[in-house]
Design a protein around this ligand. Structure first.
Ligand SMILES: [Zn+2]
Length: 362
């Protein structure tokens, strides 16, 4: 029998067991960027429907939106929005019967205080519950020099490791733009991570705790005209081979993250799974389907968005303009797009969560 885990938020050794199962099984989990309860609940619904485990994550902008754009202190909104979203997931994930990894997304040098403030909350939560609030935070110092990048990641990882948390780091730069953290000015060579840098990261960070690595192999945030993006998964293969050879590890020692999964070619996604990718971020495509479904509904029912009562025949439109009606369509759009993501990543049907009928002695 394979590994079984209690449904709900996983962290520490359970998180490591989950991603080891992904790599051993040649599949990966979608990491879905969320901005509120609609996007979180739709992600949980899609995971349950696909009998798959899932990663839920917040960018700093997503966290701020979760707390409310009108919240007067924007820094506190970024911190408390993330904390609030995490608590929502802790409360509900088990009900959906799947394992959920809680993550945060890109934090550049300016956002280090954001990460540290979330860790403050995570430490308090750990004291109270014995579990961290998030499974892992991302620190993206890929625009800084590698010495600073790795020493800062090491400093933060030491703190995270004490509360059973992991870190995700980035080497090389993901193209495109995410939440205003853009990289259009970066030269092309930086879009491809150097295997030697991965080796340096492994040597420095693996003795301190668990880390995952967003390596760049031509991937970009956002969706662009076909032909503009050249994915080269063999970069991942070369990085894995170098670490394996130098440190005498098992195959695929690095836990790799694929950023900018939206709009990527399906065969390149499949190929990356062979080289230790366990997490693929998706944001742009789920944003689009949500708005697309809502847009279709507005177009088909335009009068209900202009009048409470039809000015010509007196029909009341309450059932159509009730936001629950069209927000639900947006949620259903996300579920449909995630059906596709779970299939692309081969994680449908692979949830490690114990079914209610199974015993714990697996
Ligand atoms: Zn990213």
């Amino acid at each position: 029998m394979g590994t079984s885990l209690k449904p709900g938020v996983v962290s520490g050794k359970d998180y490591k067991a989950l991603l080891a199962a992904c790599k051993a099984g040649g599949y990966a989990l979608p990491a879905v960027n969320v901005t509120g309860t609609n996007t979180i609940n739709a992600t949980l619904e899609a995971a349950a429907k696909n009998k798959a485990d899932v990663i839920i994550q917040l960018s700093n902008g997503g966290a701020e939106f979760y707390a409310g754009k009108g919240c007067p202190d924007s820094f506190q909104a970024k911190v408390l929005g993330a904390v609030s979203a995490a608590r929502h997931v802790h409360l509900l994930a088990e009900q959906y019967g799947v394992c959920v990894v809680l993550h945060t997304d890109h934090a550049n040098k300016k956002l280090i205080p954001w990460v540290e403030a979330m860790i403050d909350h995570g430490e308090k939560f750990y004291e109270q519950t014995g579990k961290p609030l998030f499974s892992s935070h991302m620190l993206d110092l890929s625009e800084e020099d590698i010495g600073f990048n790795l020493s800062e990641c090491a400093r933060i990882l030491k703190r995270l490791n004490k509360i059973d948390m992991s870190i995700e780091i980035e080497l090389g730069v993901t193209g495109g733009e995410e939440d205003g953290v853009g990289s259009d000015h970066i030269d092309n060579a930086k879009l491809y991570t150097q295997p030697e840098d991965c080796l340096k990261a492994y040597g420095m960070l693996s003795p301190l705790g668990h880390f995952s690595l967003a390596a760049s192999f031509g991937n970009v945030h956002g969706v662009y005209k076909p032909g503009n993006v050249k994915l080269r998964p063999e970069i991942l293969k070369n990085a894995q081979a170098l670490v394996q050879k130098t440190h005498g590890t098992v195959a695929n020692p690095l836990d790799l993250v694929f950023h900018g999964g939206s709009g990527s070619e399906k065969d390149k996604i499949a190929e990356s799974l062979k080289y230790g990718v366990f997490k693929m971020n998706i944001d742009t495509d789920t944003q689009f389907v949500f708005s697309h479904e809502v847009g279709n509904f507005v177009e088909a029912n335009i009068k209900a968005f202009k009048y409470q009562i039809d000015p010509d025949d007196g029909t009341p439109y309450k059932k159509l303009y009730d936001p629950r009606k069209w927000l639900r369509l947006g949620e259903e759009g996300i579920v449909k797009r995630l059906d596709e993501a779970f299939a692309d990543l081969r994680s449908a049907g692979k949830s490690l969560a114990l079914k209610k009928t199974e015993g714990l002695a697996a």
